[in-house]
Design a protein around this ligand. Sequence first.
Ligand code: A5P
Length: 235
Amino acid sequence: MATDRSVQSNVEQKRAAGEHAAGYVSDGMVVGLGTGSTVAWSIRAIGKKVSEGLDILGITTSYQAEALAIECRVPLTSLAEHPIPDLAIDGADQIDRDLKAIKGGGAAHTREKVVASSAKRFVIVADAGKSVDRLNAPVPVEVLPFAFRLAERRIIELGGCPTLRQARMKDGPVITDNGNFVIDADFGPIADPSGLSESLNAIPGVVEHGIFLKVDELVVAQDGAVNVITARGDD
Ligand code: A5P
């Protein structure tokens, strides 16, 4: 169990990484704003820069991000109006050395993937605890409620263990911002993230899963320093 001190240092790492990436934002940009506690620091820092005259537009990935951006007075737009954001910033649940990530701990991965895939540059911000040699967290799979039993069966056939995510402060399953269910699919260590991504995409009724294969840059904070790791660009 984490001590108070480690919890505090984890929060400081998230803040350092999130605020570092806010420095990438400059006048005239359209910026994808991710979901979660790490990128929240980016959104707050961007809001501060806006109050000092920065001229940008944000595109949010969830109701949570939208509420925070509005609170921080970040002007918002949509993908319909600005289909190719200059930059997208987001957190992750795990990220490996090849900059392949698992996202969706907050059930926002579908919109996050749409925004990240639309953007010219996708940056993940993270505390050091998110870095792993091999992805092994359960993969969040957003699925149409009509199809969840089929999806569970197919996940088992792929060697996974599916758990329908349950809500807190509401009886029954989590309902995403898109009105769907989330299955957390535990495959243990994932040897082939690309292959698993393809297999999950092929399940009828699956809207989107949380394996992210294309991350351009990781901003990770550890021991009071911020490290920036850039994708090798060989895939
Ligand atoms: C939202 O569904 C997730 O993809 C988040 O981006 C991810 O869980 C990171 O969250 P934290 O920054 O709160 O760890």
